[in-house]
Ligand binder design. Structure first.
Ligand code: AMP
Length: 186
């Protein structure tokens, strides 16, 4: 049985930064569906070709494609001790896909990153300057926030009903935020 911990929050909330640190410290796999899709785009795969324009506009890649990619990834050896899911699930069908595999991959906790929107836009725009991410533009950010509110935020309720939600204040020092998350893994 490999437990999954979900990092959920709006774009720019720092999920990736924290997921990398937690995964390394606790010997878990770090699974970022955004990174996986960006790899597909760099490698010019079929999936990458489909995903590119959707991602640049800030929309979501279709559930079927993302679920298939995620489930395949969970089959890798490095997921045996468990994994941090960074950016998945983002929709109710994606969350339900995890229910289908819960005997093997049960969801342990859902960390909800809380940051206010003004701070987020600043963070994403400054990230775009250095990362060169083609979806870190003002237009795309607007769409990504709308989608977060519409499709992803309802998952907080879904997991609240299962008593799995932990809210994390994601503003402030990276190390302090890290310690607040890490204490739940000890
Ligand atoms: P991220 O790196 O998590 O911010 O994701 C970047 C982009 O990849 C998103 O705006 C979506 O277009 C796409 N993406 C990543 N994860 C998912 C997912 N779970 N479902 C659908 N699209 C996704």
């Amino acid at each position: 049985m490999s437990e999954l911990n979900i990092f959920l929050g709006p774009p720019g909330a720092g999920k990736g930064t924290q997921a990398i640190k937690i995964a390394e410290e606790f010997g878990l796999a770090h699974i970022s569906t955004g990174d996986m899709l960006r790899n597909h785009i760099s490698n010019r795969t079929e999936l990458g070709k489909i995903a590119k324009s959707v991602m640049d506009e800030g929309h979501l890649v279709s559930d079927d494609l993302v679920i298939k990619m995620l489930v395949e990834r969970l089959g890798s050896d490095d997921c045996k001790n468990g994994a941090i899911l960074d950016g998945f699930p983002r929709t109710l069908p994606q969350a339900k896909s995890l229910e289908d595999i819960k005997n093997e991959f049960p969801v342990d906790k859902v960390f909800v990153f809380e940051v206010d929107e003004k701070e987020l836009v600043q963070r994403i725009l400054s990230r775009g300057e250095t990362s060169g991410r083609s979806d870190d533009t003002v237009e795309s950010i607007k769409v990504r926030f709308e989608i977060y509110t519409q499709d992803t935020e309802p998952l907080i309720d879904f997991y609240n009903k299962q008593d799995k939600v932990l809210k994390i204040n994601a503003v402030g020092e990276i190390d302090l935020i890290y310690r607040n998350i890490a204490k739940h893994f000890n």
